[in-house]
Design a protein around this ligand. Structure first.
Ligand code: TTP
Ligand code: MG
Length: 451
């Protein structure tokens, strides 16, 4: 924790959906859902208009369709998201040389490293609002929420509390009071497994955590987790901001209070961790080719098993299916007692190749899981909702829907008013996908902290 609020956290609002609304004027102010639009896809994000209906990230797409049938369901344009991300990161680097991107739409900035010395609330408020203004200018209208505080924990929390389109500066000395009533899950590193164990101790809020004895926390969670949680409960967090660490892998581990020996117990945990990893992968804007499951046995021996797929994937379903398969392949080890289980992804690409996989997977938390052996390869079958297209006569537009060899296009762009809809033949020679200029991959991409 620093003597002044010199860490800033910025996070764009409803990022993918906001980019879609920016580029598709007819969708502004309307519910928009971006994600895997196939039957088993999940929601990447929803515009705030759609969130009012209960739609949220990681929800199965069919549930989102049921809750908000009138939303626009789009499959996402990663090229456009990456361009916007780079524009935002460049603005942040103008503020300070020390910027740590956490995902495509989120970064920490070390303001002290930028030479700033005045950390009064007034000055920081002006600076923060100017920054938000600048982000909107360079991205063509995206809104960002900004938090400023004396640590990463507090800055991130402040930006969450500022959402949407807001700013919160947390004065030094007020941090501990501000977090007292939060759920323990607001503490970085408290995943579902830790939260469950805390709940067994009757600990739900940060205040409960402060009241728990050091002994019982240590017994339930181990020395290092207990120490970390106790420090965070009092807002003591001295993690530094470190710039441009290129992500190579994303993983999640659970250390168990008692060793597990049964596949029925471990499979759902594996699937749950895989889904969390998949969410972080999508948020980073990556696809992964390799999936790994790590087991630590009761004698501390570590066994890992990986599978590299033909194409890069980012869906919950695929990653969970493969992870559960890798667990099953190690079932002979389980009777020795498993004290730690980890799921990781690596081999990142920025290209979606998941369409190569059609996994006939039962939900991953069920005992039977069909895996890539059963995959069916198929090529690019056509336009996806939301894709950019150009027509020789009508100009640029986007795919509104397809079916029966027809494609319905709305001809509008970020700088036009809402445009007309036309239905064309999919093989209309005058119609083609718009090639998006790929941003050059020079400067730091989204960094990722291994957890
Ligand atoms: P978030 O910043 O978590 O969400 P958001 O920007 O859509 O909404 P807000 O910050 O206003 O609450 O994630 C940034 C983008 O990452 C999001 O637009 C889509 C993507 N993403 C996924 O693809 N899957 C996920 O599970 C999550 C959480 C995000
Ligand atoms: Mg965001």
């Amino acid at each position: 924790m620093r003597p002044e609020p010199s860490i800033l956290h910025l996070d764009l609002d409803a990022f993918f959906a906001a980019v879609e609304q920016r580029d598709k004027p007819s969708l502004r102010g309307k519910p928009v859902v971006v994600g895997g639009i196939s039957g088993r896809g999940v929601v990447s994000t929803a515009s705030y208009e759609a969130r009012k209906f209960g739609v949220h990230s990681a929800q199965p797409m069919h549930e989102a369709r049921r809750l908000c049938p009138n939303a626009a369901f789009l499959s996402g344009r990663f090229g456009a998201y990456r361009v916007a991300s780079r524009q935002v990161m460049a603005v942040l680097r103008d503020l300070s040389p020390l910027v740590e991107p956490m995902s495509l739409d989120e970064a920490f900035v070390d303001l002290a490293a930028g030479g700033r010395t005045d950390f009064s609330t007034e000055t920081l408020t002006t600076m923060g609002n100017q920054l938000r203004e600048r982000v909107s200018e360079v991205t063509g209208g995206l809104t960002a929420s900004v938090g400023v505080g004396s640590s990463k924990f507090i800055a991130k929390l402040a930006s969450e509390q500022a959402k949407p389109d807001g700013l919160v500066v947390v004065p030094v000395g007020t941090e501990a009071g501000r977090i007292a009533f939060l759920d323990v899950r607001a503490i970085p590193g408290v995943g579902p497994a830790t939260a469950e164990r805390l709940q067994r101790l009757g600990v739900r809020t940060v205040t409960d955590l402060r009241q728990a004895t050091a002994n019982e926390l240590r017994r339930e969670l181990g020395q290092s987790t207990a120490e970390w949680l106790t420090a965070l409960a009092y807002a003591r967090d001295d993690r530094g901001v470190s710039s441009s660490r290129e992500a190579k892998s994303i993983s999640m581990e659970d250390t168990f209070a008692t060793d597990y020996t049964k596949l029925e117990d471990l499979a759902p945990i594996t699937a749950r961790d895989a889904v969390l990893v998949a969410g972080r992968l999508r948020k980073a804007g990556f696809f992964a080719r390799t999936i790994t499951v790590k087991l630590k046995l009761s004698d501390f021996a570590i066994h890992t098993r990986s599978r590299t797929l033909l194409g890069a994937v980012d869906s919950d379903e695929t990653i969970a299916s493969v992870a559960v398969l890798l667990l099953r392949e190690q079932s002979h080890l389980l009777s020795q007692g498993i004290r730690l289980l980890g799921v990781g992804v690596s081999g990142f690409t920025t290209e979606a190749q998941e369409a190569l996989f059609e996994i006939g997977a039962a939900r991953a938390d069920e005992s039977r899981v069909d895996l890539p052996a059963a995959t069916v390869r198929h090529g690019w079958t056509g336009y996806r909702p939301g894709d950019d297209v150009t027509h020789d006569d009508f100009g640029p537009g986007w795919v509104w829907g397809t079916g029966l060899d027809l494609v319905t296009v709305r001809f509008e762009t970020a700088t036009t008013s809402p445009g007309p809809i036309r239905t064309l033949s999919v093989d209309d020679p005058q119609l083609r996908p718009t090639l998006v200029q790929a941003p050059d991959e020079d400067s730091a991409g989204p960094g990722w902290l291994e957890e």
